[in-house]
Ligand binder design. Structure first.
Ligand code: MG
Length: 379
């Protein structure tokens, strides 16, 4: 029986993880979780999974929940997330939070000697070097849930790293993939939120349309697999059926195929090093299409490679500007193309520093996000 801590339980990845926990009650048990802002979803989760510790977004309903679930400890906000990460009982820590708020709890969980299953990209984008050091220091493992990295992990697992020529991360192209840059000018959020293959949260769906998501994934892959950026490629693949490929030094190309169903990578990560016996969604092979990545069409992906190589605080700046800009776009306050414009401007304007501390990173994230929100007020 694996004990689990799940941050972001009410989000898309979180709820699919809980679905798996319910399907495999003898193998997985939730010890701690954090909820979101939708009360109905929260109540459903509380009813189904009896956790020892639960983190709420705000203290609004804490008395009500405490009276309904007297055996559960309720905690609140960012401090509450940290309390779950530091919870003394052993268990696997699953970070399915969206955004930079995921960074500190991951670090805390590593320091509390919990193995990490990571769906929160920002953790490695912002602090990849610090996280890698911490993992070594505290002798824990960190495994990816993101479908592409999970595929790459499965492909790389039995290979000698020196035999790997390159890894290839596939990209569907997102909701607006058939539009030219000119046609992107008047895009509404409803259009950008229609992902052709995956059903995901709003932030990551917009990031898929701008290809920022793939950019974050490239940086994430660099830290997960300890490979230089010139060995990390991206490839347009409309069907999202191949999630990752690796090319070996003898020319062999290995690919991992599967439906666009996040429960597959989550189940693999939860069950590792074993495999669960259950086929979640029958796989049907259809036509597969591939197209060379177009960096002119997707400038944020090009930017991600550049800031990844430059390191320091630049990945944090890029991520923070994007996080704030996507929020503004989802509030109808800026246009779709403004997202790119803001992110590129913030990165270009920033005076980078090398080897930032965790505090530097968190302050920088905060500062850039505020700056982007203020920028809107001034216009
Ligand atoms: Mg992905």
């Amino acid at each position: 029986m694996k004990h689990l801590y799940l941050l972001g339980a009410a989000g898309s990845i979180g709820r699919q993880t809980l679905d798996l926990v319910s399907r495999f009650p003898e193998q997985f048990k939730i010890i701690g979780l954090s909820l979101g802002s939708q009360q109905q979803i929260n109540e459903e989760i509380l009813k189904t999974h009896h956790a020892k510790i639960v983190c709420l977004r705000s203290s609004e309903n804490i008395n009500l929940y405490q009276s309904l679930y007297p055996d559960t400890t309720f905690v609140v906000g960012n401090d509450g997330l940290m309390a779950i990460a530091a919870y003394p009982d052993q268990g696997v820590f699953i970070n399915a939070l969206s955004g930079s708020a995921g960074l500190k709890p991951t670090i805390k969980a590593i320091e509390s000697k919990k193995d990490i299953l990571l769906a929160n990209k920002e953790t490695l984008v912002m602090a990849g070097e610090i996280v890698r050091k911490k993992i070594k220091e505290h002798q824990v493992s960190l495994y990816p849930i993101d479908s592409e990295h999970n595929a790459l992990w499965q492909l790389i697992d039995h290979e000698d790293k020196n035999d790997i020529e390159k890894i290839i991360i596939t990209a569907s192209g997102g909701a607006l993939r058939h539009l030219t840059r000119d046609q992107l000018k008047h895009i509404k959020k409803e259009d950008a939120l229609k992902h052709p293959n995956w059903s995901m949260g709003a932030k990551i769906t917009i990031d898929s349309a701008t290809m920022m998501n793939k950019g974050l994934e490239v940086i994430e892959a660099h830290y997960l697999f300890d490979l230089p950026y010139d060995k990390i490629e991206t490839l347009l693949h409309e069907e999202s059926l191949i999630h990752g490929m690796i090319q070996l030094k003898d020319g062999s190309l290995k690919a991992l195929l599967g439906n666009a169903d996040m429960r597959m990578p989550i189940l693999y990560a939860l069950s590792y090093p074993n495999r669960a016996k259950q086929s979640l969604s029958p796989f049907e092979l259809t036509d597969l299409h591939f197209k060379k990545m177009d960096f002119n069409r997707y400038p944020l992906l090009k930017l991600a490679y550049e800031v990844g190589i430059k390191k320091g605080l630049l990945p944090t700046v890029m991520n923070a500007a994007n996080e704030a800009a996507v929020k503004l776009f989802l509030e109808d306050k800026i246009s779709f193309l403004d997202i790119e414009k803001i992110v590129i401007e913030e990165v270009n304007a920033f005076q980078n520093i090398n080897n930032p501390s965790l505090d530097d990173i968190i302050q920088c994230d905060d500062m850039i996000q505020k700056k982007v929100f203020d920028y809107k007020k001034k216009r």
